[in-house]
Design a protein. Structure first.
Length: 343
């Protein structure tokens, strides 16, 4: 059985489920702190590319991966005997992938989600899905302003490991931090996960303003009022307001809204330029979680009686009930109230 002390050692064994851009990046970072890291890829050809070419051209073109990183398409080979499981599968496939892995994972082993979203039918956060499938295992999330390509290229960045058990969080902090990649701990798992999921919807709104050729003032307004929406929903769901002023809230929101590498911002920008959602999504290699989250967040808003005007406007665009220009005009015409309250 893994011990808390062993999580910080060079002999700890780590499995990362999901070989997309962020899963591959985190797996690469962890190889600097332990000799035993394997990333599970759904496609055998991708696993073979990682093992033989030291590359993942579909998700991280032009970047080299560590020689010590191994990959496999065999779930049993990936997770049997490991001390930490990291899940980087998109939210729509999260439960299925973890269901395959669950019978193979030893007792107590911590399970960390890298996925920023909610489960479609249940509206559960990813750490809650982990708890459903692996009761008794420490469950949490690694989140923050983490654009994979920049981090794998060696640029400075920071993240938060959100875990209710501080002892486990500190051990995982040692496992994840590396060079210019700083990792903080936070026991507000709810707030960290809500911030990571909802910011994707706000990023679509920011991208739409870019596509409509609005100015920096408009983008600043959307980000700021978007942060207010993140905070309102997160607090209603049980998170702490101060969490949304940190890396998992404001930090992640700014990075996702402003970066040209942001998939959700890209979707919004293309919609603002007059393209259809089907056109935009059809040409994307990776998942833009904000599209699906825009549907789910409105269900959460109704459940928790929270007003989310920006998210509501994006949902209307995604559903085809409104154009980006109509959504923008509706937001700016809305009568504002006190800044500390809903719009």
């Amino acid at each position: 059985m893994a011990t808390r002390r062993s999580l910080g050692s060079a002999s700890v064994r780590v499995a990362v489920l999901g070989a997309g851009s962020w899963g591959t990046t985190v797996a690469s970072l962890v190889t600097r702190n332990t000799e035993h890291v394997v990333v599970w890829a759904r496609r055998p050809e991708l696993a073979a590319e990682i093992n033989t070419q030291r590359s993942n051209e579909a998700y991280l073109p032009g970047l080299r991966l560590p020689r010590s990183l191994r990959s496999t398409a065999d779930m049993s080979e990936a997770v049997s005997g490991v001390d930490v499981v990291i899940v980087a599968v998109p939210s729509h496939g999260f439960r299925e992938a973890l269901s395959q892995a669950a019978p193979l994972i030893r007792p107590w082993v911590p399970v960390v989600s890298l996925t920023k979203g909610f489960e479609t039918d249940s509206l559960r956060r990813m750490s809650q899905v982990i708890e459903d499938l692996l009761p008794g295992h420490p469950a949490g999330a690694l989140t923050g302003p983490n654009l994979a390509r920049e981090i794998l290229s060696g640029q400075a960045a920071a993240a938060v490991i959100a875990m209710e058990d501080d002892h486990v969080a500190v051990a995982l902090q040692r496992l994840f931090r590396s060079g210019l990649f700083r990792v903080y701990i936070n026991d507000d798992v709810v707030g960290c996960e809500v911030g990571g999921a909802l910011k994707n919807v706000i990023a679509i709104a920011t991208g739409m303003s870019e596509g409509l050729e609005a100015g920096d003032n408009t983008r600043a307004m959307i980000i700021t009022r978007g942060l207010a929406e993140l905070t309102r929903l997160g607090v209603a769901m049980g998170g702490r307001a101060e969490t949304f002023a940190g890396l998992a809230g404001l930090g992640d929101l700014v990075a996702t809204c402003m970066s040209p590498f942001s998939r959700n911002r890209h979707v919004g920008e293309q919609l603002g330029r007059g393209r259809t959602l089907d056109e935009v999504m059809g040409e994307m290699q990776m998942v833009a979680e904000g599209v699906k989250t825009s549907h789910l967040v409105m269900n959460l808003a109704r459940r928790f009686h929270v007003d989310l005007p920006i998210c509501e406007s994006i949902h209307a665009v995604v559903e085809g009930r409104s154009s980006p220009l109509e959504a923008y005009r509706g937001l700016v015409k809305r009568m504002p109230g006190h800044e500390s309250q809903s719009d």
